[in-house]
Design a protein around this ligand. Structure first.
Ligand SMILES: C[S@@+](CC[C@H](N)C(=O)[O-])C[C@H]1O[C@@H](n2cnc3c(N)ncnc32)[C@H](O)[C@@H]1O
Length: 272
């Protein structure tokens, strides 16, 4: 593997940050070298500088997206941080008005486990006939495409209860051996899009719940503030913003943002 010089690393992280808002610290140099090395090999390039030159070509939009896909960290699980799902079941659903369509947005959905978990919970507690919609997006087109496939390795099935596995999933056969599929009636309720939260948002609508979990950790303060206010503009009054357990708005939100929110738990906020 060619060495990634400090100067090349700086150029790559500057480019990555300009698109995603994510700042990669010095400890990520080896990781970046490893993840991009496969692109050097694919093109038969002998240095990262050559790859950077290639990225500048006007027709290299797909390669620029591929670089973003390779450098984002997409770790996720079904029903990750389960207390958030308990909160939705016990508090949010209880407050729904008759005829109200429940709308949730998983704003950094990775490969789909988070929005499908939400959809299973909705199907279980709100049912097939009630109105509910899940919208899910991520900056990485690769994970969004994976999410649309709704096909997961069998070992991830242990993250689901037997009941949910039985009711909402199908065991893969033939070419899908060793995998399981989210049932079409769940899949149909989840709409996916590629959305970069570092850019002005397209029209996404207004939501009762927005999941913005395990993403703030990758940003520096000004970007965190920008991102929170951007996402908050899509939350209904009385709606809930849910961050990852290790995240909070303490030290992030300025007075203007704080005035819009009530803290219910360190990672759960309600819009006033
Ligand atoms: C660690 S995963 C968290 C997935 C899921 N929310 C969870 O908690 O399990 C973080 C996700 O944020 C996405 N991401 C990073 N920067 C983003 C941006 N600027 N806009 C949208 N998504 C972004 C990454 O692609 C990645 O899939």
């Amino acid at each position: 593997m060619p060495a990634l010089s400090q100067q090349e690393f700086n150029q790559i992280r500057k480019r990555f940050q300009a698109v995603t808002g994510i700042s990669l610290n010095d400890s990520k140099q080896m990781l970046v070298a490893g993840r991009l090395n496969k692109r050097l090999r694919a093109y038969g390039l002998s240095s990262y500088q050559e790859y950077l030159t290639l990225l500048d070509a006007p027709n290299a939009a797909d390669e620029r997206q591929l670089m973003i896909d390779l450098l984002t960290t997409n770790e996720t699980h079904f029903f990750r941080e389960p207390s958030h799902f308990d909160f939705i079941r016990d508090e949010v659903f209880r407050q729904l008005k008759p005829q109200q369509t429940f709308k949730a947005w998983s704003a950094a959905c990775s490969s789909g486990q988070e929005p499908y978990s939400l959809a299973m919970l909705c199907m279980d507690k709100l049912g097939a006939h009630n109105a509910w919609e899940i919208f899910a997006s991520d900056v990485s087109s690769k994970v969004v495409e994976e999410a649309k496939q709704a096909l997961y390795p069998l070992h991830e099935s242990t993250e689901l209860s037997h009941d949910y596995l039985h009711r909402f999933c199908l065991r893969g056969v033939r070419s899908q051996e060793g995998q399981f599929l989210i049932k079409p009636e769940i899949q149909r309720r989840v709409k996916f899009a590629q959305i970069n939260l570092n850019m002005p948002l397209p029209v996404v609508g207004e939501f009762d719940v927005i999941f913005l979990r395990n993403i703030l950790i990758y940003f520096q303060l000004p970007m965190k503030q920008k991102l929170i206010s951007r996402v908050l503009s899509q939350l209904k009054s009385g709606g809930y913003l849910i961050l990852g357990h290790a995240e909070s708005l303490l030290g992030i939100a300025d007075d203007y943002l704080l005035a819009q929110l009530t803290t219910l738990h360190p990672s759960v906020y309600q819009k006033n």
